[in-house]
Design a protein around this ligand. Structure first.
Ligand code: GLU
Length: 468
């Protein structure tokens, strides 16, 4: 037998944004396919018509694009494949592997309650399941049927999970799954199998909330005579409070991190590391991930989302990032604060400001907050003003302003003027630098003074020093 081509997929439901957990399994699926020179497919599982929205589809596509998770095929929409599902369902019915069930919700509730009362698992009682010699109930008028899959009544379903290792679940634990609703739309567990079969998916990475669905899916694969993919179920991501990361617990959408000033490569690096390791490597590019990621070393136990570590990772990438690229990102963040810059400032001046500040910023939002001091207004902190801008230093500040007004505007000339003023007033650097920083940048903690003054521009510096 020739080995199967490696084909992976991510199959988000467009009932909300791209969740961090899904982004992580998308990343693993993508990296696995790339590692083995395979293909990665994006499928949109939109059969939950009531909850699926175009807005969610758009957000999912935008997030995948932002993260750089390019797919070889897709997006494929399940709702465009209804004819295919119907054909497979009809075939299963014809082969006696699926059947119509006319039980009403009330009947099903009653069965469930009765089973529960007897201490049994509340499974479907199989009353519409055909069997040799069995007489089925008369078909009730006006009750639209669902279609159920004939799950094997006995035996076990086992698979060797790429993440969790061997898993076995008894068929007695599961019942005859509904595979088509009364309106004919297939359910998740059925559509996912037909799709993974048709799309020749060889490896399925997904969240471990789907472990309990897998036995059904494996039984359906067998019923269809379809080859089984290998499954890898990744543990949930826990929030920093140890609870499952959820909408109610902080930001869980990829989009929120984009808006929060994270770089996509930092996000990828952090997500990859969250649930997988390569020795003790913490910082790596996505190309490096592709080289290393072969489906091993995936953690069996849940990872904890660590916002502080993510910030640290982001800061490392910001330090290395190209200044022109940072300028573009910072300009977008500045615009959100109401500061719009012209194209030439963004192309020439802002990159230098980014270069000056990026070592002290862990997000592009933080970078924009700093950059705003160069382009917008500043309000010096009153306590810092009182502490640093004293009568003793005011004459030196005035002298500095005066000398700067005629000085050539480059770092070296500015540094020379500062030196001259320090000497003339018998001051040490911090005695002058602190008040000047507070006056010009609104805070005493800034990068090197000459660099800050140069970037701020002569006019602004003189005007701000005049407020001493
Ligand atoms: N639509 C499912 C989800 O978002 C996909 C699960 C799977 O990958 O099979 O959870």
């Amino acid at each position: 037998m020739t080995p199967r081509k490696i084909r992976t997929r991510i199959a988000p439901s467009p009932t909300g944004f791209l969740h961090l957990g899904t982004a992580r399994t998308a990343l693993y699926s993508w990296a696995y396919a790339r590692h083995f020179d395979g293909e990665f497919v994006l499928r949109i599982e939109d059969t939950d018509v009531a909850r699926s929205t175009q807005d969610s589809v758009d957000q999912i596509l935008a997030s995948m694009h932002w993260l750089g998770l390019e797919y070889n095929e897709g997006p494929i929409y399940q709702m465009q494949r209804l004819d295919r599902y119907k054909a497979v369902i009809d075939q299963l019915i014809a082969e006696g592997k699926a059947y119509y069930c006319y039980s009403t919700p009330e009947e099903l509730d009653a069965v469930r309650e009765a089973k529960k009362a007897r201490g049994e698992k509340a499974l479907y009682d199989g009353r519409w399941r055909p069997a040799p010699g069995k007489t089925l109930p008369p078909i009730p008028a006006g009750v639209p049927p669902v279609v159920r899959f004939c799950n094997p009544p006995d035996g076990d379903v086992s698979w060797d999970d790429l993440v969790k290792g061997p898993i076995t679940i008894s068929n007695r634990e599961i019942d005859d799954l509904i595979i088509a609703r009364t309106d004919g739309v297939p359910t998740y567990n059925f559509a996912v199998v037909v799709d993974d079969w048709d799309m020749e998916i060889s490896h399925v990475f997904r969240g471990d909330e789907h472990i309990n669905n897998t036995p059904w899916q494996i039984n359906i694969f067998h019923a269809l005579g379809a080859p089984l993919p290998q499954f890898g179920h990744c543990p949930v991501i826990l929030g920093d409070d140890g609870q499952k990361l959820s909408k109610r617990r902080g930001a869980v959408s990829v989009t929120a991190y984009e808006e929060g000033g994270y770089l996509p490569e930092a996000m990828l690096n952090y997500l990859a590391r969250l649930g997988w390791s390569h020795g003790d490597e913490e910082l790596f590019t996505s190309e490096q991930l592709v080289v290393w990621f072969d489906g091993t070393h995936l953690n069996k136990s849940p990872a904890q989302w660590d916002p502080v570590k993510l910030l640290w990772v982001n800061a490392q990438y910001i330090k290395q990032a190209d200044n022109t690229r940072l300028a573009g990102l910072v300009a977008t963040q500045l615009a959100k604060q109401g500061i719009t810059l012209d194209a030439s400032t963004i192309e020439t001046h802002l990159p230098q400001v980014c270069a000056l500040l990026k070592d002290r910023c862990d997000t592009t939002v933080a970078l924009a907050t700093w950059a705003a001091k160069f382009y917008g207004d500043i309000t010096p902190d009153a306590t810092e003003l009182a502490q640093h801008v004293t009568d003793a230093v005011r004459p030196a500040v005035a002298m500095l302003a005066e000398k700067l007004s005629t000085c050539a505007w480059d770092k070296a000339s500015i540094a020379a003027v500062i030196k001259e003023v320090l000497a003339a007033n018998g001051l040490k650097m911090p005695q002058l630098a602190m008040p000047v920083r507070v006056l010009v940048m609104g805070t005493a903690q800034t990068p090197s003074l000459d660099g800050v003054l140069e970037m701020c521009g002569k006019e602004k510096v003189i005007a701000r020093l005049a407020k001493a």
